[in-house]
Design a protein around this ligand. Structure first.
Ligand code: SF4
Length: 307
């Protein structure tokens, strides 16, 4: 029995190949850092913007470098990961996305962004790539709670997510939502409220990870003052199982671990190793005969197979 709908199994089936991700730094900033809607950014966000390991180079140069190391038979997703990947005029976005789609082996374009940086122009641009590649957008929601959003300085209310989902749906652009367990002031009950909330939207999938403390962030200062305690391995595994079992059964799970920020990581150190987390989640779910959506009580949706 599959404990949950793992994106990598879907991609392998769709493309008949191993799919790797090229994480691209599009040279974007973020409206929550430059003063447009806030300064300082989300309290957990490092100076390099949720893609701490990425190096700064032009998109074409990054793609050329990445393609040098490809293996025969592999295919790739071009992923604009750090900061806000739709935060630029549409013409500039088009240049960057075009530069990323430079090779037939790139089978999907994925862009990480904030819901308040989705508008009709951006959605139309993303939709225009659907004829040549799969496309999906990743929205950093983290929580449905506007109270927590204020606490983490997210810089937008959940209405912005609802607006973005309407625009993306109108343009037929798939969306993946990012959620975080262990946010300051949140417990498992609040995490499950977020799951109930996202279950209402026509999403393609979900990414979940545990909140971690990166150096030189506001969360780090809270941690040092004793005002924030990250989840333990044990707590996160149980949170992830709670999320999976309450999620709609048609959603694809894109990730259950974060990309630890290397030497910028302060705590918790267990997030450095992804495999033990994934193994333990699957082991416990199998042992308890649990599967994705087994506690979901809402409407059944058709499976979205094609991104
Ligand atoms: S929206 Fe993303 S890039 Fe901007 S501050 Fe928050 S985590 Fe960082």
């Amino acid at each position: 029995m599959m404990e949950y709908n793992n994106l990598s199994s879907l991609l392998r089936r769709l493309y008949g190949a191993k799919i790797r991700k090229f994480c691209i730094d599009g040279g974007f900033t973020c409206p929550n850092r430059d003063g447009t809607c806030g300064v300082g950014g989300c309290i957990f966000c490092g100076e390099r913007g949720a893609g701490e390991h990425i190096q700064k180079k032009g998109v074409a140069a990054q793609m050329a470098g990445a393609l040098e190391s490809v293996k025969p038979g592999e295919k790739y997703i071009a992923y604009f990961q750090n900061f806000t990947g739709t935060y630029a005029p549409v013409a500039q976005l088009k240049e960057k996305y075009d530069a990323a789609l430079c090779d037939d082996r790139i089978v999907a374009l994925t862009v990480g962004t904030r819901p308040d940086c989705i508008d009709e122009g951006v959605a139309a641009l993303l939709a225009s790539y659907k004829a040549r590649t799969d496309v999906w957008i990743e929205l950093g929601l983290q929580t449905e709670s506007d109270l927590t959003a204020e606490r983490i300085n997210r810089g937008y209310k959940r209405e912005a997510f609802e607006r973005a989902m309407q625009i993306l749906s109108r343009h037929g652009v798939r969306a993946v939502v990012h959620l975080m367990a262990g946010l300051p002031g949140e417990d498992r009950a609040q995490l499950l409220k977020t799951v109930d909330y996202v279950n209402r939207f026509p999403l393609f999938g979900v990414k979940l990870h545990s909140t971690y403390v990166s150096r030189d962030t506001e969360l780090c200062r809270m941690y040092e003052r004793g005002e924030y305690t990250p989840l333990t391995f044990e707590e996160y595994v149980e949170d992830a199982i709670a999320v999976l079992t309450h999620l709609r059964p048609d959603l694809w799970i894109h990730r259950l671990t974060g990309d630890s920020p290397g030497d910028l990581l302060v705590a918790p150190l267990w997030v450095k190793k992804k495999d033990p987390v994934l193994i333990e989640i699957r082991r416990r779910m199998a042992e308890r005969s649990l599967s994705q959506g087994c506690f979901y009580e809402g409407e059944a949706y058709p499976m979205i197979e094609r991104p």
